[in-house]
Design a binder for this molecule. Sequence first.
Ligand code: ARG
Length: 474
Amino acid sequence: MTKLWGGRFTKATNQLVEEYTASINFDRKLARYDIIGSMAHVDMLASCGILTHQEAAIIIEGLNKVDYKIECGKVELDVGHEDIHMNVEQLLSKEIGPLSGKLHTGRSRNDQVALDMRLYLREVVVDMVEQLVQLQQALLTQAKTNLDTILPGYTHLQRAQPVSFAHHMMAYVFMFQRDVERLQDSFKRINQMPLGAGALAGTTFPIDRQQVADKLQFDGLCENSLDAVSDRDFVIEFLANTSMVSMHLSRLSEELVQWSSTEFNFIELDDAFCTGSSMMPQKKNPDVPELVRGKTGRVYGNLIGMLTTLKSLPLAYNKDMQEDKEGMFDTAETLKGALALFAPMIETMHVNKEAMYKAVAEDYSNATDLADYLVGKNVPFREAHAVVGQVVLHCINKGCYLLDLSLEEFHQFSDAIEEDIYEALTPESVVAARNVPGGPAKNRVQEQFLSAEQSITASLSWVQSLQSAVKLDG
Ligand code: ARG
């Protein structure tokens, strides 16, 4: 097989080298982006008088055919042609003959691959923001229907202080909001146009980079040709931002797994999102959150892999950089799958309000409130803390809870305690009393709803404003 770069060579490539160095088995995913990029490039070459308009029209028509044939699997992509860029050019030559040789004028695969990666990733990022917003909406809906659902909040996985389930759900809404914002911020750096950098030092042709950038709806041009072909920061940023998303999903997953155990029994995931055991007929396993939790390892691995590949790499392009793709694709697809399941799984999850309330009632998570009550009676907090510690110990020994004690028993520990303590220590009062901005009191959680809704609206209009730009429709 003749190579596109075969002129300088006297021998055929070793078969194993060919297979080892090829990227076509994974970069075929970039076909559409590669072709759209080529079309914009050729269009520009014609407007700059580097190709005739007629030549450009023939090349573009040929590229359309190649695109169609790749899309419907009518052509073989060949390891002998190494990567998607050279495969497309070869296929183009089959369509239009030697004129295809003019496509690569003023361009290198180095700036070409950087372009393809950016085109791919900006679409992924916009879609991922949309999926994250859908998850936020599902969490928000659960929050709204559970404004009055009280459960223990935990620290050290020990019951700590009561909160509402709404408050707990909202914690995740804000967590995912930060993910949305990180992805949106990264978009600015992804959406810079590298073409025109050539192999590393630009080109001698009087090209118009801005025209290509405008055509492909980039925000600006990569400003240094060496940097344009060496930079994979945008890939690393994506892998880092998605690692954070995965970490967040794994935390939520872990809670779903715990909550759906018989021991907690706080939630039940819908049958449609669970699986059974091949041996134990009674089992209903939370496989989806478990697997999402498990896949976090791969997503982190892809980040560390890419950071390590780029470490100490001299400028400009090095073949090492071909390793940028598989991890990026894998992470993008892993997250896409997880997010697609998470929103409906959260939406359809049954919340066992009674079990949550029982957990909060049969427990000492109102102890801080007894201490705060004493502080209200002018007992210094440290002293109140010690007194309540003794009250709790007394209850543990007796096998009861704070609200089970008589006023006489309370008085053995402090005279400051009065009849109103019984109202003050109910789960409802304890939550309502935490009426600070960001707190779990109902009106404070409603403030969170409002703020989250504003963020969600803003994210959705961001997605909408970009979706048509980043979707390549040939
Ligand atoms: N397949 C290569 C990659 O994915 C494309 C760029 C190759 N450039 C080169 N000079 N070998 O990175």
